[in-house]
Every structure is written in C-alpha cells, then in structure tokens.
Design a protein around this ligand. Structure first.
Ligand code: AMP
Length: 273
C-alpha cells in the first residue's frame, strides 16, 4: 500500500494504477461500515484508493472538529489488510489554500434536515468531495446510505457538473442490536449506547407500520417521535429519493430519517423503503 500525503504524491501513486479506480472517501476512525465500502471497491475495481481526511470546512463552529476520533495507526492497518492500493492521507494545507472557490449546496435540498441543523455543512462536504474526485479521478466512488442526504447531494453535484463518475450507494452496516455503525459512537458511554438504540427502534417501527399498510407520513413520524421521546430529537422526516418532503410513503421511493442527540453526541440514521 502506498501512503500519499500530498497531491503530487497521490498523482505519482495513481500513475502506477492499471485499469479502473474505485475510491472510498472517509474521515477515518474506520469501522466495519467503512470496510464494506472498501471491500466492494476491492471487488469491483483494479485499483482501490481510500482517503482519510477530517475535513474542517464541513464542521460548524462549536462542532466536534477538534475531538473527532483520529486513529491513524489502526486505520492504516485496516486499509492495508483490506487490500487498499493507495491511501491518501493529506493534512489541511495539502487540501486548502487561502480565499478559494467553493461549491454551494442547492438552496432547498441543501438546507433542509441536516442542512437546517448544520447550515453550511454541505458546502464543505461538496467542496471537499469535488476536490477529492478531481484529484483521484475514479471510475467508481463508494458512499454509505447512512449519510443519505450527503449521498443525494453528491449524486446531484456529479449530475449538475457533468462528472462522469459512477456513484455506488452502500447499505448501512449495523451492530447486531441495530445501532448504525458510526465513528461518533465512540463518544457514547454505556448508558448513552443503550439510549442510542432508540433511533434504530424508531426506524424499525416505521418499517413495521408500512408493512401493516400505513403509508401516512404524519402517523409514521408520530409513532417514531413517541419512541424517541426522551432524546433531544432534531428531526424525523419522510422524503422521496430526490429529498423532497412527502405526505405519503411510496415504496421504492422513500427514505425515513432521524437525527437526535444522545447526551452530547449527535447521531443520524435512516431507512430506505
Ligand atoms: P465518514 O468517515 O463518516 O465520513 O464516512 C465515510 C463513508 O462511510 C461515507 O460514505 C459514509 O456514508 C460511510 N459510512 C459511515 N457509516 C456507515 C455505515 N454504518 N454503514 C455503511 N457506510 C457507512
């Protein structure tokens, strides 16, 4: 595995790649969720590139940028054992200069849900993803459905900017009790870890209601809110795949999402229906 810390090191490493490149962008503190993306990239491409970069521009003032988990040694091992060819591990100065051009998230889809809770977050996400895609120039890029709005906006960016890259959405990987894997789960103490199960329990309830024939968004949201109640809930929402709020679930075109704080930790989860 080649470890590239600058764009020029990355470019030299990419010159050694023969065939299609599969790319997995991450912020590190790698877990099995990340591993499934890397494994899929390994199966489907000649060359696999992973980036680990905790992108400061997607964190709002007061968010957890400085304490975001960093696990360099373990991450390098995981990448090596997963058959990654190139690990791109830049510092901030390799990625950003002064007074730069930025990508803006769309006015509506970029400012609902996560965009309401974290205004400006998606500008940072889209900007860094644009930079990374231009540096790596992959044939396929892998993103988790867990960050559903991020996935939708990146897909839209690639369409709007006529970028010829296949985006591969990957299912959310969960602990056996239902908790969606997340680097931020490391912040949870044992009691909070139990409380956090309310997110996946609420989503299971939504699925059950749908299976029983209830397609009304308000009723689904009401039942979910009752389960989530003791938590500090930021939103519960029912959207279509284009990220428009909908009153009625349409099977095959719906995502039910939740964001809540468990103690100081902000968690998100969703189910695609
Ligand atoms: P992050 O390091 O949190 O920026 O995540 C990097 C990529 O891994 C993103 O595409 C995430 O959506 C994806 N990811 C994070 N958690 C999971 C999970 N539990 N299952 C599948 N993919 C995930």
């Amino acid at each position: 595995m080649i470890i590239a810390r600058s764009v020029s090191e990355l470019r030299s490493a990419l010159d050694t790649c023969k065939g299609g490149i599969g790319f997995v962008p991450t912020m590190g503190a790698l877990h099995i969720g990340h591993r499934t993306l890397i494994d899929a990239a390994r199966k489907e491409n000649e060359c696999v590139v992973v980036s680990i970069f905790v992108n400061p521009t997607q964190f709002l003032p007061g968010e957890d940028l400085s304490k975001y988990p960093r696990k360099e040694e373990a991450d390098f091992k995981i990448c090596e054992l997963s058959g990654v060819d190139i690990l791109f591990y830049p510092d901030v100065s390799a990625m950003y200069g002064e007074d730069e051009v930025r990508i803006c998230a769309p006015d509506i889809r970029g400012y609902i849900l996560e965009g309401t809770s974290r205004p400006g977050h998606f500008d940072g996400v889209l900007t860094v993803v644009m930079k990374l895609l231009n540096m790596v120039r992959p044939s396929r890029v892998y993103f988790g459905k867990k960050d559903a709005q991020q996935l939708a906006l990146i897909t839209q960016m690639c369409q709007n900017f006529f970028m010829n890259i296949e985006i591969v959405p990957m299912e959310t990987v969960r602990e056996s009790d239902g908790l969606a894997l997340s680097s931020r789960n490391a912040y949870l103490n044992p009691i909070e870890r139990q409380e956090a199960l309310k997110l996946s329990a609420a989503l299971k309830c939504a699925t059950k209601m749908l299976m029983q024939g209830n397609t009304k968004s308000t009723e689904i949201k009401g039942a979910m809110e009752a389960i989530l109640e003791p938590l500090d809930v930021e939103y519960v929402a029912v959207v279509n795949r284009a990220f428009e709020l909908i009153d009625e679930v349409v099977i095959g075109d719906t995502i039910v999402l939740v964001a809540a704080r468990v103690g100081m930790t902000r968690l998100i989860d969703n189910v695609w229906m």
